[in-house]
Design a protein around this ligand. Sequence first.
Ligand code: 3PG
Ligand code: MG
Length: 401
Amino acid sequence: MTIKSLDTLLDEGVSGRRVLVRADLNVPFVKGSDPAEIADDGRIRAVLPTIVALRDAGAKVVVMSHLGRPKGAPDPAYTLKPVAERLGELLGSPISFATDTVGESAQAAVAGLADGQVALLENLRFNAGETSKDAGERGAFADQLAAFGDAYVDDAFGAVHRKHASVYDVPARLPHYAGGLVLREVEVLRTLTGDPARPYVVVLGGSKVSDKLAVIEALLPKVDRLLIGGGMCFTFLKAQGHEVGASLLQDEMVDTCRGLLERADGKILLPSDVVVADKFAADAATQTVSATEIPAGRLGLDIGPASVAEFADALSGAKTVFWNGPMGVFELAPFAAGTRGVAEAITKVDGLTVVGGGDSAAAVRALGIDESGFGHISTGGGASLEFLEGKDLPGIEALEQ
Ligand code: 3PG
Ligand code: MG
């Protein structure tokens, strides 16, 4: 099945037409900031080329997105207003912001658009129809959204794994096209699931094994090495019979991890040392210990320097690398070295390097690592993982219809 691209839509001509753009503007905010301050605007920048191309071609551009996980009703904690301001700054002129999704404000904003102007609707998840499991409820919301456009462009790669009204049901109602971001993401990820150049090394981190289980199962037969850090490494260390002190542990996953280690045939590499602390805080007393001798009561919050060196060594000859998930609590300075060290090792790889995900991509930028050192930085965490798991992605399916 072929997917029609934004270029096709531009060739067909958009001047004076209303184009609905589904973007993933679900950006992180600085914790506790008031007024809310965007911590990383990478996702806004990533969709900019699509919005600019449509605007410059004279379309009336109606952008829509979710932010966070509000419960199907308006919630000021999840307003897209700060995102509208940032988007306006990046576009070089203010955009119009609707204070609802399909109500009076949205209708007025769309009706008031001149050719080449941009509007952003309020958080789609303020309407229960967006995420509903009931196709009728989703469809009713999709009808209202679709009424705002003459064509639909999906450039929300980070949300293509969600069977949501704006992702799955709106494209069924309008001529639909994939934006450049979605197309590029799919192309790169297809390389990873197809025939990647070897050695193919995957680095996984993040807190929960349960979130990564499906991707580990799918990747194990395909990769040459699987390096595991982050909070999830402690459940693997426990499965090897080591005590992990007060570190994060998913007890119910220990047996599963033992089974994975047995089947992995030595492909899985775990940290040999970890940075432990007496508390989860930037001013904690820290210590580097062997991963097999974590003292009782201590929390492992990062991989240690020996592990970074071993991971870097495993990465050095790689021809394809996929990385998802931080190696430690990189937001706190004493626990950032593991993520920084592994990220820097990946930038030195001579081959295709892909950073998967919201969190890992944000970590790269937060640590000030040069983004150009990576082959591709995905805007989708869950979406890229589900792609690698081989799952059908509703948003991509809808574009193929
Ligand atoms: C993300 O940040 O992973 C995407 O924006 C999707 O958000 P969700 O996991 O809340 O659906
Ligand atoms: Mg997510």
